[in-house]
Unconditional design. Structure first.
Length: 117
């Protein structure tokens, strides 16, 4: 469900390979996320470019992932139009850091505008 890469600067990049995050896959997603980030204390960027559908269970799984970060931000990027719409309608776009793509996320610093998606 996710590919894991760590950059030379210590940023963990999780690339979701699932097309859907819904009731059927939410528990698996949360387990994979916890396992991938358990030993990592730095930044985490999640590439959602493959996800074409997310329902309320999927959104709940994303919030659970954020909570598992222990106060750190979970940065999301490459959201498809359908997923972006879910985040904006539920105002979760104000909770997560959103980036247009992985490159933008990796070049991000706190003085820049994050909502470039």
């Amino acid at each position: 469900m996710m590919q894991i890469n760590e950059t030379s600067s210590g940023v963990l990049v999780l690339t979701l390979t699932a097309k859907r995050i819904d009731a059927a896959s939410a528990v698996h997603f949360k387990d994979d996320f916890r396992e991938a980030t358990a030993a990592h204390s730095g930044r985490v960027v999640m590439d959602l470019g493959s996800v074409t559908f997310m329902d309320s269970s999927g959104l709940g799984a994303m919030v659970a992932a954020l909570k598992a970060m222990g106060g750190r931000k979970l940065e999301l990027c490459k959201m498809t139009a359908a997923v972006d719409k879910v985040f904006r309608l539920t105002r979760m776009d104000k909770v997560f850091l959103l980036h247009a793509d992985v490159e933008h996320a990796l070049s991000f610093n706190d003085s820049k505008d994050v909502d470039a998606a």
